[in-house]
Design a protein. Sequence first.
Length: 363
Amino acid sequence: MSTAEISHLIINIRADFIGALAFFFGDFHAMSILVTGAAGFIGCNNVIALNRRGITDVIAVDNLEKGDKFKNLAQCQISDYFDKRDFIERVRAGTAPRPDAIFHQGACSDTMETDGRYMMENNYRYTLQLYRWAQELRIPFIYASSAATYGAHTEFIEEVQYEGPLNVYGYSKYLFDQVLRRELSFLRAPVVGLKYFNVYGPHEQHKGRMASVAFHQYFQYRRDHKVKLFEGCLGYGNGEQSRDFVYVEDVCKVLLHFLDKPVSGIYNCGTGRAEPFNNVSLAVVNGIRASEGKEQLTLQGAVAAGEIEYIPFPEALKGKYQAFTQANLTKLRAAGCDVNFRTVTEGTTDYMKVLLKEYPTIE
């Protein structure tokens, strides 16, 4: 048996022991969990999922310079809040509160950001410092990697030969993944990196241009009674560029799986299905039409009625755009994660119901 296999065996035994104690003594509710990026999109949903489980001792870490993100935190039960810069100083000084596990969701996720110095400090260096701290404490560390690490590759398997980021955001995630790969064989506690694919769903309203297509198209349709999609590119027809779109509530189920049974490794977090942007747009149109008592349209019918419109592909995205992504779930399923992921139609339909309640009128 190799050193890496022995290390993983020890971690799994330890995880099963901790899980058994939690089961018999019911101490999951007493867990203290640190969530970075807690006011952000995935972070907020992460906290809500913990709250639904009965875990309310949540230490939230974020940067509220964009103060409107507080609205996400206001929907969560937390025990304390720290600014991210203050918190990392406390970690260095040895005065940070000790959690039982860390979900590290905090990052700049703007794939159009060109300030590499900022991106590497915010995404790579900060992650590295929290990872080292978690190893010192011997507690699980679950962090956000990204499908952006794959770049233009058409196979999405969690191995370095399939990776080649197209932008500095993808590189910042790729570089930390490389750290974990080098150190997997001598970890002191479980570490899991999740390569998020195209995540969408509630609590992304603060993300501006980086919010999901479904979010932006909800407002387009409510204002203009039509949605806009890019024309074809890279050999794809109009609206046929395809991504692995994953609903944020399903992402949270994956996160809780790795909290319950910590293992170590890097795993894709997507549905395993590539679906075209046309499917997103049609689900947006039909979701809103259903709320208005109108008949459902086919894609051809929506285009013919002018409710889906194709626009030229932006020059700024050429060479930086993933026209196809599809998570390979072999490793995720082998890790025991059996989440039944929503289709684009299912997830977007659910999301439209949420947005219709949150934004019943559009100015």
